[in-house]
Write a protein that binds this ligand. Sequence first.
Ligand code: ASP
Length: 580
Amino acid sequence: MNRWRDLYCGAVRPEDVGKTVAVAGWVARRRDHGGLIFIDLRDHTGVVQLVVNPERSPEAAREAHAIRSEFVLRAQGEIVKRAPDAVNPNIATGAVEIQVDELELLARSEPLPFQLDDDNVEEPLRLRYRYLDLRRDRMQRNLRLSATVIAAIRRSMEEQGFIDVWTPTMTLGTPEGARDFLVPVRLQPGTFFALAQSPQLFKQVFMIGGLDRYYQIATCWRDEDLRADRQFEFRQLDLELAFPTREEVLEMLELIVVASFEALGRTAPARPFPRHSYADVMLKYGSDKPDLRFGLEIQEATEVTRKSEFGVFANAPCVRYLVAPAVFSRAQLQRLEEFAKEWGAKGLAYVVVDESGEVRSPIAKFLSEQELAAFAAPPGSSVLFVADTQQMVERVLGALRTELGEQLGLIDESRDEFLWVLDFPLFLKDEDTGNWTFVHHPFTGPLDGHEELIESDPGGALSQHYDLVWNGWELGSGSIRVHRQEIQQRIFRAMGMTDEEAQAKFGWFLEALQMGAPPHGGFALGIERFVALLAGEANIREIIAFPKTASGSDPLTGAPAPTTQERLSELGIRLQAPRA
Ligand code: ASP
């Protein structure tokens, strides 16, 4: 190939026996067998065994004595067959080895802070020495898988007629529901750019600008607490198209998912993905991102319990239940009740039907025949009730369903369950302020025919927002947008914004909507979440080369860091202790 190597380490095969080749890479292992020295040399393709024989090459043998793990070498020699008892069937190069003639030491390594084959290294240490961590199989596999998926996504987007256009990182605040990261501007002291939470308004402007189909693997910045599936900065496959139907957008995303699975040689999920309404998933699963790899559907009991003798049922605006396929003991029920309380429930009523069909329940004596008949569960099950506001019932039973799915081993890990959630409400009541606020973002269009509800019944208005969900993870969201300025203004008003406030924040965009905005819509797919799930990783940090820790820092570079007084005064900034 070049001065350093003729072949990759992992590519040496029995067909090459007899050839003299050079390979280069890192020392994965060195074994001294009194005379013969064996070196496992590693590159990104795998490992090959080098044999240094002092009789064949005394000079290489001298060099080999001083070699330690992770030294970088170039070795030249002859590919030979291994002796039958030395064949290693577990690696692709296991039938051959290289008898070294020349050994060139290209770089030394200090002793490592952790061994690369140790699977229990603490994350801060892995991130502090990320370059070592990156040499390990897991990170190599994940980053390569990520690149394969992104390449497939790009191919699919280009095939579907989308063009890749860049949008600014530094912009005005974008209302995606998180805090903005701010960038002070030296040339205009006292002003700040916000780092884009998404290219939302720019992509809508592209549609007004006649680009027709835009996409970008866009970096987004959101100042939020970090979690397993959340970082300050992350990427989205961001797309927007003019004159769309909702169905068309969903199909495009399905093609992208299928292309990604196929690029990885995996069986793609069947299309079309099931479509569920928001109302339906909230009722059946208590979640807008349900895991459909198991059933355990929530049942409605409000009508039946309306006149119940059991006051808790009769007085609650909503009563629903789950039938778990298990006979829970008192202690288990207590633990489940604790769990329900952590999620906000006041309690957890139950009816246990043991294997012989006998009913055990402190509330059964209050329940009418009709109620008992409605909740009749098969022997070997437990009926768990939550009575509260509808929102609380959904939240608690949704969490309980997920918990029981895991605890009882109901999840079929071999399945991939994709679904679309449609017909979200347009607004939700903000629990803190009591104002109506957007569910997705304020640019989401109402469902056809629901425009009039914006004023008359904001809580009843449905939107053209859709979410893509995979095995209980939300992969992304999108919507058909508002393209009429008048409706956009009414939505801002419904959210309690005065026309002046709307003008100050979004005047430039409201103006653009008045100059020939076509119907348009789009989507954003969270790349890291999608890739992490494809890679079988529970934490997106495993598929990001240089992620931040949970406290928001980068142990490798030491960022973030204080700046100098000089930089601060240039920017006109004086520091004070942050508000607690
Ligand atoms: N900008 C939205 C988001 O980041 C996605 C969209 O509506 O296209 O969730």
